[in-house]
Design a protein around this ligand. Structure first.
Ligand code: IPD
Length: 261
Protein backbone atom coordinates (compact mmCIF):
# COMPACT_ATOMS: atom_id res chain seq x y z
CA UNK A 1 0.00 0.00 0.00
CA UNK A 2 1.33 3.48 -0.85
CA UNK A 3 2.10 6.01 1.90
CA UNK A 4 -0.74 8.14 0.58
CA UNK A 5 -3.22 5.27 0.79
CA UNK A 6 -2.19 4.40 4.32
CA UNK A 7 -2.64 8.06 5.35
CA UNK A 8 -6.09 8.09 3.75
CA UNK A 9 -6.96 4.97 5.75
CA UNK A 10 -5.82 6.67 8.95
CA UNK A 11 -7.86 9.75 8.06
CA UNK A 12 -11.03 7.73 7.51
CA UNK A 13 -10.44 5.69 10.66
CA UNK A 14 -9.84 8.83 12.75
CA UNK A 15 -13.11 10.34 11.49
CA UNK A 16 -15.07 7.18 12.35
CA UNK A 17 -13.42 6.67 15.75
CA UNK A 18 -13.88 10.34 16.75
CA UNK A 19 -17.59 10.03 16.00
CA UNK A 20 -17.93 6.75 17.91
CA UNK A 21 -16.05 8.26 20.87
CA UNK A 22 -18.08 11.47 20.64
CA UNK A 23 -21.33 9.56 20.73
CA UNK A 24 -20.19 7.81 23.91
CA UNK A 25 -19.30 11.19 25.47
CA UNK A 26 -22.71 12.53 24.47
CA UNK A 27 -24.48 9.61 26.13
CA UNK A 28 -22.45 10.06 29.31
CA UNK A 29 -23.09 13.83 29.27
CA UNK A 30 -26.84 13.40 28.94
CA UNK A 31 -26.84 10.81 31.75
CA UNK A 32 -24.36 12.73 33.91
CA UNK A 33 -26.54 13.02 37.00
CA UNK A 34 -26.43 9.27 37.44
CA UNK A 35 -22.86 8.54 36.48
CA UNK A 36 -20.65 11.58 36.93
CA UNK A 37 -18.12 11.59 39.75
CA UNK A 38 -15.96 14.72 39.84
CA UNK A 39 -12.29 14.46 40.59
CA UNK A 40 -9.44 16.91 40.04
CA UNK A 41 -5.93 16.31 38.72
CA UNK A 42 -4.82 19.69 40.05
CA UNK A 43 -6.20 23.21 40.64
CA UNK A 44 -9.09 23.79 38.17
CA UNK A 45 -7.98 20.63 36.32
CA UNK A 46 -10.97 18.30 36.14
CA UNK A 47 -10.88 14.57 35.50
CA UNK A 48 -14.05 12.59 34.90
CA UNK A 49 -14.47 8.85 34.57
CA UNK A 50 -15.57 9.50 30.99
CA UNK A 51 -12.15 10.92 30.02
CA UNK A 52 -10.45 7.62 30.85
CA UNK A 53 -13.28 5.49 29.43
CA UNK A 54 -13.21 7.34 26.10
CA UNK A 55 -9.43 7.37 25.84
CA UNK A 56 -9.38 3.58 26.35
CA UNK A 57 -11.97 3.15 23.59
CA UNK A 58 -9.98 5.30 21.14
CA UNK A 59 -6.69 3.57 22.02
CA UNK A 60 -8.30 0.15 21.50
CA UNK A 61 -9.80 1.04 18.12
CA UNK A 62 -6.53 2.57 16.87
CA UNK A 63 -4.46 -0.40 18.08
CA UNK A 64 -6.84 -2.81 16.29
CA UNK A 65 -6.60 -0.85 13.03
CA UNK A 66 -2.94 0.23 13.13
CA UNK A 67 -1.05 -2.07 15.50
CA UNK A 68 2.35 -0.63 14.54
CA UNK A 69 1.47 2.97 15.44
CA UNK A 70 2.36 4.66 18.72
CA UNK A 71 -0.26 6.24 20.94
CA UNK A 72 -0.16 9.16 23.37
CA UNK A 73 -3.27 10.19 25.27
CA UNK A 74 -3.91 12.98 27.77
CA UNK A 75 -5.03 10.62 30.49
CA UNK A 76 -2.92 7.48 30.09
CA UNK A 77 0.21 8.94 28.48
CA UNK A 78 2.10 6.67 26.10
CA UNK A 79 5.14 6.99 23.90
CA UNK A 80 6.00 9.12 20.90
CA UNK A 81 7.59 7.37 17.92
CA UNK A 82 7.89 7.79 14.16
CA UNK A 83 4.14 7.31 13.73
CA UNK A 84 2.08 8.48 16.69
CA UNK A 85 -1.56 9.20 17.46
CA UNK A 86 -2.03 12.10 19.87
CA UNK A 87 -5.40 12.06 21.57
CA UNK A 88 -7.43 14.23 23.90
CA UNK A 89 -10.56 12.19 24.71
CA UNK A 90 -12.42 15.27 26.00
CA UNK A 91 -11.07 18.74 25.35
CA UNK A 92 -13.18 21.07 27.43
CA UNK A 93 -13.39 18.68 30.38
CA UNK A 94 -14.34 21.45 32.83
CA UNK A 95 -17.44 22.30 30.78
CA UNK A 96 -18.30 18.62 30.34
CA UNK A 97 -18.02 18.13 34.09
CA UNK A 98 -20.13 21.19 34.90
CA UNK A 99 -22.91 20.37 32.43
CA UNK A 100 -21.97 22.88 29.69
CA UNK A 101 -22.27 21.47 26.17
CA UNK A 102 -18.95 22.77 24.81
CA UNK A 103 -16.35 20.02 24.44
CA UNK A 104 -14.92 17.73 21.79
CA UNK A 105 -12.79 14.71 20.97
CA UNK A 106 -9.43 15.47 19.38
CA UNK A 107 -7.44 12.90 17.40
CA UNK A 108 -4.21 13.86 15.66
CA UNK A 109 -1.71 11.70 13.81
CA UNK A 110 1.95 12.64 13.35
CA UNK A 111 4.48 10.92 11.16
CA UNK A 112 8.19 11.79 11.24
CA UNK A 113 7.53 14.98 13.14
CA UNK A 114 4.75 16.27 10.87
CA UNK A 115 1.02 16.43 11.57
CA UNK A 116 -0.66 14.31 8.88
CA UNK A 117 -4.24 13.86 10.07
CA UNK A 118 -6.36 15.99 12.39
CA UNK A 119 -9.94 15.31 13.48
CA UNK A 120 -11.98 17.25 16.04
CA UNK A 121 -15.55 16.15 16.75
CA UNK A 122 -18.08 18.17 18.71
CA UNK A 123 -20.66 15.55 19.68
CA UNK A 124 -23.30 17.97 20.97
CA UNK A 125 -23.31 20.05 17.77
CA UNK A 126 -22.72 17.02 15.53
CA UNK A 127 -19.79 18.82 13.89
CA UNK A 128 -16.84 16.90 12.49
CA UNK A 129 -13.82 19.05 11.59
CA UNK A 130 -11.20 17.10 9.66
CA UNK A 131 -8.02 17.56 7.68
CA UNK A 132 -5.41 15.49 5.98
CA UNK A 133 -2.05 17.12 5.10
CA UNK A 134 -2.36 18.66 1.64
CA UNK A 135 -6.05 17.79 1.34
CA UNK A 136 -7.77 20.89 2.74
CA UNK A 137 -10.00 21.11 5.79
CA UNK A 138 -13.67 20.21 6.05
CA UNK A 139 -16.63 20.55 8.37
CA UNK A 140 -19.05 17.65 7.97
CA UNK A 141 -17.47 16.99 4.57
CA UNK A 142 -17.71 20.57 3.25
CA UNK A 143 -14.54 22.66 2.71
CA UNK A 144 -13.87 25.41 5.27
CA UNK A 145 -11.66 28.54 5.14
CA UNK A 146 -10.40 31.03 7.69
CA UNK A 147 -11.97 34.49 7.60
CA UNK A 148 -10.52 37.32 5.53
CA UNK A 149 -10.36 39.64 8.57
CA UNK A 150 -7.15 41.65 8.54
CA UNK A 151 -8.02 44.51 10.89
CA UNK A 152 -7.47 43.61 14.57
CA UNK A 153 -10.18 46.10 15.52
CA UNK A 154 -12.70 44.01 13.57
CA UNK A 155 -11.42 40.67 14.82
CA UNK A 156 -12.64 38.20 17.40
CA UNK A 157 -9.78 36.60 19.32
CA UNK A 158 -10.19 33.71 21.75
CA UNK A 159 -7.69 33.74 24.57
CA UNK A 160 -7.28 30.52 26.53
CA UNK A 161 -5.54 30.15 29.87
CA UNK A 162 -4.99 27.56 32.57
CA UNK A 163 -3.46 27.29 36.01
CA UNK A 164 -0.31 25.78 34.48
CA UNK A 165 1.18 29.30 34.20
CA UNK A 166 0.81 32.23 36.58
CA UNK A 167 -2.13 34.49 35.75
CA UNK A 168 -0.09 37.72 35.31
CA UNK A 169 1.25 37.03 31.77
CA UNK A 170 -2.29 36.17 30.65
CA UNK A 171 -3.58 39.36 32.18
CA UNK A 172 -0.95 41.37 30.28
CA UNK A 173 -1.62 39.53 27.02
CA UNK A 174 -5.34 40.11 27.41
CA UNK A 175 -4.70 43.84 27.93
CA UNK A 176 -2.52 43.98 24.78
CA UNK A 177 -5.15 42.20 22.66
CA UNK A 178 -7.94 44.40 24.05
CA UNK A 179 -5.66 47.35 23.23
CA UNK A 180 -5.68 46.29 19.56
CA UNK A 181 -9.44 46.70 19.59
CA UNK A 182 -10.16 42.98 19.25
CA UNK A 183 -13.20 41.32 20.79
CA UNK A 184 -11.70 38.91 23.32
CA UNK A 185 -13.35 35.80 24.69
CA UNK A 186 -12.62 32.46 26.38
CA UNK A 187 -14.80 29.43 25.73
CA UNK A 188 -12.96 26.55 27.46
CA UNK A 189 -11.85 24.20 24.68
CA UNK A 190 -8.65 25.03 22.83
CA UNK A 191 -9.40 22.50 20.08
CA UNK A 192 -12.88 23.94 19.46
CA UNK A 193 -11.43 27.47 19.62
CA UNK A 194 -8.90 26.61 16.93
CA UNK A 195 -11.34 24.86 14.60
CA UNK A 196 -13.63 27.90 15.00
CA UNK A 197 -10.74 29.88 13.47
CA UNK A 198 -10.51 27.32 10.65
CA UNK A 199 -14.23 27.76 9.96
CA UNK A 200 -14.05 31.59 9.96
CA UNK A 201 -16.18 31.85 13.12
CA UNK A 202 -13.43 33.74 14.91
CA UNK A 203 -10.09 35.09 13.72
CA UNK A 204 -7.51 33.84 16.22
CA UNK A 205 -6.93 31.47 19.11
CA UNK A 206 -4.09 32.34 21.48
CA UNK A 207 -2.80 30.67 24.64
CA UNK A 208 0.61 30.97 26.29
CA UNK A 209 0.81 27.29 27.17
CA UNK A 210 -1.02 24.41 25.56
CA UNK A 211 -0.31 20.69 25.72
CA UNK A 212 0.29 18.69 22.55
CA UNK A 213 -2.91 16.63 22.91
CA UNK A 214 -5.09 19.76 23.00
CA UNK A 215 -3.71 21.20 19.76
CA UNK A 216 -2.29 18.30 17.72
CA UNK A 217 -5.37 17.80 15.53
CA UNK A 218 -6.57 21.40 15.34
CA UNK A 219 -3.27 22.96 14.15
CA UNK A 220 -3.45 20.91 10.96
CA UNK A 221 -7.13 21.80 10.48
CA UNK A 222 -6.30 25.53 10.79
CA UNK A 223 -3.35 25.27 8.39
CA UNK A 224 -5.36 23.29 5.85
CA UNK A 225 -8.14 25.91 6.07
CA UNK A 226 -5.66 28.57 4.95
CA UNK A 227 -4.77 29.82 8.43
CA UNK A 228 -1.40 30.30 10.10
CA UNK A 229 -0.08 28.67 13.26
CA UNK A 230 3.23 28.96 15.04
CA UNK A 231 5.46 25.88 15.03
CA UNK A 232 3.44 24.24 17.78
CA UNK A 233 4.20 20.53 17.41
CA UNK A 234 7.95 20.71 18.06
CA UNK A 235 9.63 17.73 19.76
CA UNK A 236 9.57 19.68 23.07
CA UNK A 237 5.83 20.25 22.72
CA UNK A 238 5.24 16.53 22.99
CA UNK A 239 6.68 16.45 26.48
CA UNK A 240 6.11 19.93 27.91
CA UNK A 241 3.67 21.85 25.64
CA UNK A 242 4.15 25.14 23.79
CA UNK A 243 2.48 28.49 23.24
CA UNK A 244 -0.17 28.41 20.52
CA UNK A 245 -1.24 31.05 18.03
CA UNK A 246 -3.68 30.03 15.30
CA UNK A 247 -5.00 32.90 13.20
CA UNK A 248 -5.80 34.34 9.80
CA UNK A 249 -2.55 35.04 7.91
CA UNK A 250 -3.26 38.78 7.97
CA UNK A 251 -3.33 38.91 11.80
CA UNK A 252 -0.13 36.90 12.22
CA UNK A 253 2.35 39.74 12.69
CA UNK A 254 0.36 41.81 15.12
CA UNK A 255 -0.54 38.79 17.28
CA UNK A 256 2.99 37.33 17.23
CA UNK A 257 4.09 40.69 18.61
CA UNK A 258 1.33 40.79 21.20
CA UNK A 259 2.26 37.29 22.41
CA UNK A 260 6.01 37.90 22.25
CA UNK A 261 6.67 34.57 20.52
C1 IPD B 1 -7.97 22.53 28.43
C2 IPD B 1 -8.85 23.32 27.48
C3 IPD B 1 -8.78 24.80 27.79
C4 IPD B 1 -7.36 25.31 27.67
C5 IPD B 1 -6.45 24.53 28.61
C6 IPD B 1 -6.55 23.03 28.32
P1 IPD B 1 -8.81 20.01 28.84
O1 IPD B 1 -7.97 21.16 28.07
O2 IPD B 1 -8.44 23.12 26.15
O3 IPD B 1 -9.56 25.53 26.87
O4 IPD B 1 -7.33 26.68 28.00
O5 IPD B 1 -5.13 24.96 28.40
O6 IPD B 1 -5.77 22.35 29.27
O7 IPD B 1 -8.27 19.97 30.24
O8 IPD B 1 -10.23 20.41 28.81
O9 IPD B 1 -8.50 18.77 28.07
Amino acid sequence: MSGQDSMQLRYLAACAIAQEAGNLIRRRFLARDEVLKLTFKGPQDYLTETDSEVEKLIAKRLAEAFPGDGFFGEEGGGAYGTNTWIVDPIDGTADFARGVAHFCVSIGFMSQGLAQVGVVYDPMAGELFAAQRGGGATLNGKPIRVSGIDDPAKSVVELGWSSRLPFEPYHELSARIHGLGAGVKRCGSAALGMVAVAAGRQDAYVELHLNAWDGAAAVLIVQEAGGWTNDFLTPECLTRGNPILACTPALREVLVQAMGI
